[in-house]
Write a protein that binds this ligand. Sequence first.
Ligand code: CP
Length: 349
Amino acid sequence: MRHLLDWLDIDETTWQSCIREAHRFADHRSLHANRFLGKALGMVFFNDSLRTRVSMELAATELGANPVVVTPGSGTWGFAWEDGQAMTGGEAEHIREAVGVLSRYCHGLGVRLFAEGLDRERDVSDARLKVFAAASDVPVLNLESAARHPCQALADASVLHRTFDGNPAGKKFVLHWTWHPKALPMAVPNSTLLMASRLGMDVVVARPEGFGLDEEVMEAARRQAAAHGGSVTVTTDADAAADGAHVVYAKAWGGFERYHDPSAEESRRHANRDWRVSSSRMACTDQGMFMHCLPVRRGVVVDDAVLDEGPSLHLDQAEFRLHAQKAILSMMWGGETAAEAASATTSYS
Ligand code: CP
């Protein structure tokens, strides 16, 4: 059974094969139209979505499978998570039965399950995602959890390959923290950092004091960068980071202080309101491309002109969600064989 919870669990050959497959699907929208006829993909969305939901429903449908979406607590039962406790609260069904039942109906399950923001260890370790996966008898796809967003990472990696003619390695990639009214979770920055370092890019994490990423993720990114000829550095100077950058990937996230002192985190975050990607910051880059996973707050995270006048890849990223997720479904249910992948000549490291 092949879950996709985190690309760190997936070998290099498969990662490269998925990027290659995403490009093939991008070039041929109707490729493998009936490959998964008769299969059902269940998707459980505990949190809101536009891109993930629509692109995943389309990806499954265009490959011949039937997507089924469940939104717990809104038209279906709410699910309880705690073990060994009488379910006297509002939830009518335990996650163990819910996932068990869905895996009798479906051949694969996707789940969106954001950080709760209450217990750092629980969020960092993706504890609830692991409970969900353990209860399933069929493969589970992470559609954005507390700590990872692998579908976004594959789409972004595929876009970067296309943008840099198959060779993003050695390009300067800035992961640029931005202010946001809410302490957003770290799934996207974690996955973005891991993705760019795996591509061998020279990654600069630009963020204010107090907004460091999880050290285990940083360490994994440094290891990947070293293995693929890139680097990972950190700075609190956004202007210096932008200087000569080929890519500026904007993302807001909350500091870990939120778990023990939320008001201190909020004050610190609001003191950094000027961390926004402006046209003047982009002008310091080396004709750099703007990236964002969307949804994005205009005038907060980024100036309108950066999005409207470019160069920006944000809509390509969204488009590639469809192509990348077809590649992921093919990996999950069987597509390109290991022998085909191993004999491919293009390297995506
Ligand atoms: N980028 C992304 O996952 O978008 P949605 O939250 O709309 O799914």
